[in-house]
Ligand binder design. Structure first.
Ligand code: TRP
Length: 459
């Protein structure tokens, strides 16, 4: 390349796909998806989730990427560039805040992953074969205040170091090798889980919708999960799209990221639910579900301890490529809009986020007032997970669709996506994306929110 671009840029289309897939694939797929599906009744949740991925997630993905690439800005700057002097940058601001708050509880769960990685090194996971033993280990690991905070802090520090290093050098390289290995390992684990005694019951639970489970809370949680898993609704994909070159094919890039991400979520369901039924755990166990169920699979495998080490290592890295994308959104806002340098932004924001993470870290038994039932019936981590991870992302995605569909306009959106002739998709297909963005997404989200507020069925 003749000149260095003024902002970071991905080394190419593949580099971008890997980095964006790195952002999307993380604890959302492996931790949040199974436990939300378990709480939402299994097959019905999965069905609604898949519909939302297709009808809302994929169009919003295209929309965020196109706004990012067109403006080459962070979420706030992007709105300032497209509609100067309007209120729209405020939506970008809420997105930045949402990223900050998601990072604050996400890093706690990432800390648990790290804790499990350490425990698998010391062999502590080696002979956990019953649900009870596994639950006891989980409770002791996350209920210890010093340990929970320390693990969160280690994770936050590593995230800061990577983000400080800048986009393509740090983020991209990590995903290139590790994502394929994670994929293969998940396949192996799914194979093991499905052949366990009673494993098939899990398959039925995961894919057979029970329509009597239908409620707006389930719809809301599936919508939140679709957006959370694809890293949408707060501008992460605007930010990642802003580092994308004008040659990249956005349809292909966005479509592949959504496809990979959904595949990994389903795969992780194919691991957790069969295993869960075979050890007799409850699908509704909540945030601890995956951490409790997984060790029991490892102990049923030859070389289980090595598999456990490998798995938690990969999961830690998958979580890291996601925390990096969350922090990157906030950092790029301070760098672009406030003129801070990268180091100062990354360190200051990371420290602030860690402070906000502490109550979440203490909310799993260490501090009863923040723990289960302490705050409006929830613990602090779950409360934040719902507010920022479901409601804020959904409202953000809805307003963003209104922006692209009605303010910026579908013709400009399509022009931004298809700026070279070879990138066109057939006209009816692009019209369909336009209809989804203008009507289907905003109305679906609004209807869900109104229903939930009216009936008070928050979760
Ligand atoms: N999608 C990631 C996961 O599934 C989490 C994540 C990263 C995220 N960046 C985001 C969620 C932006 C919402 C918005 O683990």
């Amino acid at each position: 390349m003749a000149s260095t671009p003024p902002r970071g840029q991905w080394s190419g289309q593949l580099g971008f796909i890997l980095a964006a897939a790195g952002s999307a694939i993380g604890l959302g797929n492996i931790w949040r998806f199974p436990y939300s599906a378990g709480e939402g009744g299994g097959g019905l949740f999965v069905l609604i989730y898949l519909l939302f991925v297709l009808l809302i997630g994929v169009p919003v993905m295209f929309a965020e990427l196109s706004v990012g690439r067109t403006t080459h800005r962070n979420p706030v700057g992007a709105f300032k560039a497209l509609v100067p002097g309007s209120w729209w940058p405020l939506l970008g601001g809420v997105g930045v805040l949402t990223g900050f708050c998601i990072l604050a509880f996400y890093s706690v769960v990432a800390g648990w992953t790290l804790g499990y990685l350490f425990s698998s090194f010391t062999g502590m996971l080696g002979n956990i074969s019953t649900n009870e033993a596994s639950s006891a280990l989980f409770t002791s690991l996350i209920g210890n205040p010093g340990q929970a905070i320390l693990l969160t802090a280690i994770f936050m520090v590593v995230t800061v170091v990577v983000v400080r290093g800048g986009v393509s050098s740090g983020i991209e390289r990590m995903t290139t090798i590790l994502m394929p290995i994670l994929f293969v390992l998940l396949l192996v684990l799914a194979g093991r889980a499905l052949t366990l005694d009673g494993g098939i019951d899990g398959l039925v639970y995961l894919f057979k919708p029970d329509f009597s489970e239908l409620s707006m809370a389930v719809v809301m949680s599936a919508l939140g999960q679709a957006l959370f898993s694809l890293s949408l609704g707060m501008g992460a994909m605007i930010t990642y799209g802003s580092y994308l070159s004008d040659e990249a094919n956005l349809w292909k890039a966005g479509g592949s990221v959504a496809g990979f991400d959904t595949l990994i979520a389903i795969l992780s369901g194919l691991i957790i639910f069969p295993a869960l039924f075979s050890v007799g755990a409850e699908p509704t166990a909540g945030p601890g579900l995956v951490f409790v169920v997984l060790p029991t699979i490892f102990s049923s495998m030859p070389l289980g301890n090595i598999v456990a080490i490998l798995f938690f290592m990969l999961l830690t890295i998958a979580a890291l490529t996601s925390t990096v994308s969350l922090l990157e959104v906030v950092v790029s806002y301070f760098v672009d809009e406030k003129g801070w340098n990268r180091t100062r932004s990354a360190v200051t924001i990371g420290a602030g986020c860690l402070a906000l993470a502490i109550p979440s870290a203490l909310s799993q038994g260490a501090l009863p007032s923040l723990s289960s039932g302490g705050i409006f019936g929830w613990d602090f981590l779950t409360l934040n997970n719902n507010i920022w991870g479901n409601y804020s992302l959904s409202i953000g995605a809805m307003l963003f669709c209104i922006f692209v569909g009605w303010k910026w306009g579908i013709p400009k959106f399509l022009e931004a996506v298809e700026s070279a002739g070879d990138r066109r998709i057939p006209l009816p297909a692009s019209r369909f994306v336009g209809i989804l963005l203008r009507f289907v997404c905003p109305i679906a989200v609004l209807a869900t929110l109104v229903y939930i507020v009216v009936t008070g069925s928050y979760f």
